[in-house]
Write a protein that binds this ligand. Sequence first.
Ligand code: PLP
Length: 472
Amino acid sequence: MQNLNGLDMHPEEFRELAHHAVDWIADYMRDIRHYPAVSRIEPGALIDSLPHDAPETPEPMAAILADFERQIIPAITHWNHPRFHAYFSVSASGPGVLAEMLTAALNVNGMLWKSCPAVTELEQVTLDWLRQWIGLAEDDKWFGIIYDTASISTMHAIAAARELADPTTRTEGGSRNLTMYCSEQAHSSIEKGAISIGLGQHNVRKIGLDDEFRMRPDLLEQAIEKDLADGKKPFCIVAAIGTTATTSVDPVPAIADIAKKHNAWLHIDAAYAGPAAIVPELRHHFAGWERGDSIVLNPHKWLATPIDVSVFYTRHPDILKRAFSLIPDYLKTQEDSKVVNYMDYGVQLGRRFRALKLWFVMRYFGREKLAAMIREHVRLAQLFAEWVRADDRFEVASPVPFSLVNIRLKSASDAANVDLMNRVNESGVAFLSPVVLRGKTCLRIAIGNIKTTEEDMKATWDAIQSAASGLS
Ligand code: PLP
């Protein structure tokens, strides 16, 4: 029989290689601006460069690390780059990276309190701290849980809403009569959540917008009334604070009134903008969110925490538990009556120690420094919008409540705007993504990286301006 003792890397070998890896990480963080923001490889190039067959025999770590630099890094789009402005700009800050390293070493699974008390209890503590930072009242008894992404958080919200509206679906399936509502600008994850739980895409109503891309409560009310008249059962409304395309803020207080009137679950999608609630002068954007039945916000978007950590709060953990709890004998423990077992509140059993990185980030920076980061991003967005307005070839295509600026070449075609974006991206200076607003293609410039400076924004603007001058 083979003795597996000593099969793993020897601790001293690990020590030496880990020092090397940490040096690499520190250099990467220091030199991040030397990399092109977006990978320039052609589709399939990495696949072609890697062997077809997996190794049968051991390979030296030196060779693996060399290939990491030679083959993997060129295929990396650098999300940690200060001029990564596509999608939503994020940061893996130093403390977050350290916590991820320790998390990997511990390799714990927090499915139950018993399976690793620290995972459960640190999650409870960090989410209570975050609740306080974002101004949700203790008296409302918010229950927090970490999922991997906002998409999954929202799917759980919809499932809980259905459990409340029609508890028989847990055992009988079905639920075709239920209808839910979000705006035309809602993130695709809302519809995907409905698809995932078998609600059906056609039972998601997309409500029209006002001229600032916000859900119109009058149209919401009309849609609900029509569904009621057709014998449907409106059960869930998703309002967004910080939509993906424009970061618009739906009128939550008016939507909350409608949800209350119709006994519908109100879920607030604040995946991106939620962390901004830690900044007192931005808190007004969040008026009424405390009336939500659930809220999602992603520290991995705008709180300097490495992906993935999505925080979900609900005032009805009992309903969420009713929707998902299923406890086989082998997972019962003597502490069950005294503890939270997070496996009871969602689809997944196994769960990573995600609270550790949030705890590291919250402690290392404190609320003040994280608020200062968000405040600076908002300032940079306003400044950038001013630069754009001062150049009469361009227009700012939507309001700028947070740190996203949408711009377009005013009297140019969609193709020209796409061409402009591609030229900027190919330059490697910055990475921008497109968005279509009122039928016109715009360039979306998201600011959210902890290292982004005014000089970075100037470099991005210079790249856009010179690419615009080069357009024929
Ligand atoms: N909701 C909003 C408003 C978003 O902008 C996004 C992603 O950008 C999501 C949800 C989905 O986030 P995730 O990637 O964490 O699923």
